[in-house]
Design a protein around this ligand. Structure first.
Ligand code: SF4
Ligand code: SF4
Length: 301
């Protein structure tokens, strides 16, 4: 049957702050909360919660946050999750060394606290034991800055030991040998986000003067991974005139592969107005031998 729904709630779920397990990493709403991490019957609650949310989508009763979401699309959907869940997002912590203007995590409720990393790993194991979760899940790590989160290393080490694939979003302001090891093992995809090619723009949009530290670390990651780590630029109002410097600074630090995405806070109409800048980015990158992969929230060009 055709109706509006999303892939996220069929393929996985999200660990959030303050012990919350939620439907997805795209929106924060009580209506998307599935369970608390210390619930005795956590796997059953997660499965029941996603199944109920699918039913709400099917019966034209989707939460308001879903109706606004870009992933909420009309298609021929299955009426149940695709078990075992294969994708788990980790957004359960918020510590970060930057103050990016576009950051939704930083603007979160200050009363929220990090969920214990050990509890998250135990919950993943419980979901595997209950067979609702794949024994080799794909983890997407966002939240705050993962290189700073003490205890998160245990999840990365488990991923390395058990061949789990992990997508890590890091601002690059701290170098992690473990991230480089995971990239070299072919298990981790490391997305480094400097978002600027000049110190002035960096400080304006990141809120902290870490331009040199970050790019030096990016150079270290490139050397340590034979340039397999990726650099992502999120185009936004504050950096849209910095494109030539983004390309040249990437080259200077040995980057080979770029990802281009856009500030999710911009309206779809405003994002379309960025199309000439997106084209400029791609042309400049191609001329300098850099590959560009389209990332999230990029309008079709
Ligand atoms: S439609 Fe969007 S906000 Fe709603 S559950 Fe799916 S991904 Fe999350
Ligand atoms: S680096 Fe990431 S988590 Fe930290 S403030 Fe910037 S966008 Fe937010």
């Amino acid at each position: 049957m055709r109706y509006k729904s999303c892939r996220k709630i069929r393929e996985g779920f999200n660990f959030y702050r303050s012990g919350v397990v939620s439907a997805c990493c795209y929106a924060i709403s009580q209506e998307l909360n599935l369970a608390r991490i210390d619930d005795a019957n956590l796997p059953e609650k997660i499965l029941l919660g996603q199944t109920r949310l699918i039913a709400r989508h099917k019966h034209d009763d989707a939460p308001a946050v879903c109706r606004r979401c870009e992933s909420f699309i009309e298609d021929e959907w299955r009426d149940a999750p695709a078990l075992p869940f294969s994708r788990i997002t980790l957004n359960h912590y918020k510590k970060c060394n930057l103050k990016c203007v576009h950051c939704g995590y930083r603007q979160g409720d200050d009363s929220e606290h990090d969920t214990d990393h050990g509890a998250v790993l135990a919950a993943i194991q419980a979901c595997m034991d209950a067979k609702i979760c794949s024994s080799s899940p794909y983890l997407e790590v966002g939240g705050g800055e993962p290189s700073l989160a003490r205890g998160l290393e245990d999840i990365f080490k488990r991923a390395l030991a058990d061949n789990w694939k992990v997508l890590i979003n890091s601002n690059g302001a701290k170098f992690s040998p473990l991230f480089a090891e995971g990239v070299n093992a072919g298990l981790f995809t490391l997305l480094l986000t400097p978002d600027a090619g000049t110190a002035k723009v960096y400080e304006k949009i990141k809120g902290v003067d870490y331009f040199d530290i970050t790019w030096r670390n990016i150079g270290r990651y490139m050397a340590a991974t034979s340039a397999k780590a990726l650099v992502k630029f999120i185009l936004e109002e504050g950096n849209k005139d910095d494109i030539p410097a983004m390309i040249e600074t990437s080259l200077k630090y040995g980057v080979k592969n770029l990802v281009l995405s856009m500030d999710m806070n911009l309206s779809p109409e405003r994002r379309r107005q960025f199309i000439p800048m997106i084209r400029d980015f791609c042309v400049r990158a191609a001329k300098r031998g850099l590959s560009v992969t389209p990332g999230a929230f990029l309008p079709a060009i």
